[in-house]
Design a protein around this ligand. Structure first.
Ligand SMILES: [Fe+2]
Ligand SMILES: [Fe+2]
Length: 189
């Protein structure tokens, strides 16, 4: 992508930028209403699914052995991701115009924010400190390949397909993301 900043070549920088994109999308969903909120919510769901799946494929397995205490740090992060995914799939059944939607969204946001902060505090800095630049770039390629499946801005065509996505297709997106990441990193899995 011509507009990809050079700093995104580092997997930690790239994942932190995605944390920022996730925050922005939460803001958009909260501010919008009706179809606009629905569309922003679909983009948020996609980005969250793709981001967490890419971390689970690329970063967490590596972080386990990259630094002292990595195993415990990753175990805690995976537990948070599981919790967030459960909140996400519950929210996936609620129409964005339903009065239950905003409280459920707020609960998800709290969980996702807490999780992202924990990654930025206990995992990312250690990975960066203990990893050669070439390896950080290699991991970024996997995450970037996944990101192509989650547009953060409206794209005609993609939007209408994403609009109908319920829990089943969300699981399919996670599977597809896994395959894409593994291929990009030249791994059989
Ligand atoms: Fe995560
Ligand atoms: Fe993350």
């Amino acid at each position: 992508m011509p507009d990809t900043p050079a700093s995104d070549g580092d997997v930690v920088t790239l994942l932190m930028r995605q944390h920022g994109d996730i925050r922005t999308l939460f803001d958009e969903v909260e501010r919008a209403s009706g179809d606009e909120r629905r569309a922003a919510f679909r983009r948020l769901v996609r980005l969250l699914a793709v981001h967490e799946t890419a971390e689970e494929e690329v970063l967490h397995p590596y972080a386990r052995t990259a630094f002292a205490g990595g195993r415990d740090v990753v175990r805690d992060r995976l537990a948070e991701e599981k919790e967030a995914k459960e909140l996400l799939s519950r929210l996936d059944d609620v129409d964005p115009d339903d009065p239950k939607f905003l409280p459920a969204l707020a609960a998800l946001r709290t969980e996702v924010t807490r999780h992202a902060r924990a990654e930025e505090r206990y995992e990312f800095p250690h990975v960066r400190r203990h990893t050669a630049p070439g390896r950080l770039t290699g991991m970024a390629a996997g995450v970037r390949a996944a990101e192509a499946m989650a547009p953060t801005r409206p794209h005609p065509g993609v939007e209408s397909a994403a609009e109908n996505m319920a829990l089943g297709p969300l699981a399919a997106l996670v599977d597809r993301t896994r395959d894409t990441v593994r291929k990009a990193m030249g791994k059989d899995g």
